[in-house]
Write a protein that binds this ligand. Structure first.
Ligand code: P6P
Length: 335
């Protein structure tokens, strides 16, 4: 049976472009290239258990972590798919310390791409869902070459953002500022098909996601908030369920669809937590706000933060609007 509305990602992007006469096809092409990179990455992720691509390359990335081969592959794939697209003036990746210039013999474009090529990579060997997160900005510096200044823009300046989750199915979720749309990969035809139009996150959830192993390091106000969620005097009159996969894209995606709050707070050991501002918090923040949710560092919207460096970390509270509001009230001593 031929589906009534066989809406592919490419067609959806172009229909979005048509709604905004000032838009150019350049932007559609950028998302097409990202989707292709995602298809090539998932092909390796899906067979990772079958070929000897698992294990460590023995190299270290800028985070001082051993690089898993799939991480490296995903990073290389993103660069190779995008650097000759003629759409970018520069890129930045979790895997590389400095910005990634466009090769001199390749055409530049007006956009900047920041990405985490394979978030959750520590879960690869356990076959847990992992993902690619991307953030797109417009170049702001003068001259043709992309520079660091182009990457260090607040999240509210993003023109698009999203992620590809490699789970029981492969989904691409993106926003260009006109709602959030989810596409599921049909491997039989190699197309991302619109499966979740206009995703809206519930105003309040019943799930909280945090690594309670760090509880002792949290400050007292945050500990009180978590106790409140686990009690029966909270807004839903029953304990919230704890769901924590340990893979940001997977935890975020579940909460986006079901509602809830994901937290990676700062603590007595790491005051800014673990997650990255530019290519983890900001893109997911644009998605969650477009879906009616909220993102915060406990005190302000993360999307207003002026970045100082590519890999800076930020305490992260993200998800249902009322849950994140409540977390802020506890953290700010108003509860
Ligand atoms: P922890 C995965 O390594 C990751 O970067 C995110 O995907 C995830 O949310 C977080 O770290 C989990 O960190 O300290 O709870 O294991």
């Amino acid at each position: 049976m031929f589906p009534k509305k066989y809406m592919t990602l490419s067609r959806h992007i172009r229909e979005e472009e048509r709604r905004y006469p000032s838009a150019t096809g350049v932007f559609s092409n950028l998302l097409d290239h990202l989707a292709l990179a995602g298809k090539l990455i998932v092909r390796e992720v899906n067979k990772a258990g079958l070929v000897d691509i698992l294990g460590l390359t023995g190299e270290m990335n800028v985070q001082g972590e051993e690089v898993q081969k799939l991480d490296d592959f995903a990073h290389q794939m993103m660069v190779k798919m995008l650097d000759h697209s003629g759409l970018l003036s520069s890129m930045a990746s979790e895997e590389v310390e400095d910005i990634i210039p466009i090769p001199p013999d390749m055409q530049r474009g007006p956009y900047v791409l920041l990405f985490d090529p394979l978030d959750g990579s520590s879960n690869i060997d356990a076959n847990v869902s992992i993902g690619t997160i991307f953030s797109i900005l417009k170049k702001v510096s003068a001259g043709e070459e992309g520079v660091l200044e182009d990457c260090l823009q607040p999240g509210c300046r993003q023109v698009a953002a999203g992620y590809i989750i490699y789970g029981s199915s492969t989904m691409l979720v993106y926003t260009t500022g006109n709602g959030v749309h989810g596409f599921t990969l049909d491997p039989s035809v190699g197309e991302f098909l619109l499966s979740h139009p206009d995703i809206r996150i519930p105003k309040r959830g019943k799930i909280f996601s945090v690594n309670l192993g760090n509880f002792r390091r949290y400050d007292e106000r945050l500990q009180n908030y978590i106790r409140y969620l686990m009690g029966e005097e909270n807004a839903i009159g029953q304990p919230y369920s704890l769901r924590y996969i340990g893979s940001l894209v997977a935890d975020f995606h579940r909460n986006l669809l079901y509602g809830g709050i994901f937290m990676y707070p700062g603590d007595s050991k790491n005051k800014n937590g673990k997650l990255r501002l530019l290519y983890e918090a900001n893109p997911l923040g644009m998605v969650v706000e477009q879906a009616g949710g909220k993102i915060s560092n406990g005190w302000e919207s993360i999307l207003e933060i002026q970045p100082r460096e590519l890999h800076q970390r930020v305490p992260l509270f993200i998800g249902s609007h009322d849950d994140v509001m409540e977390a802020e009230e506890f953290i700010q001593g108003k509860r």
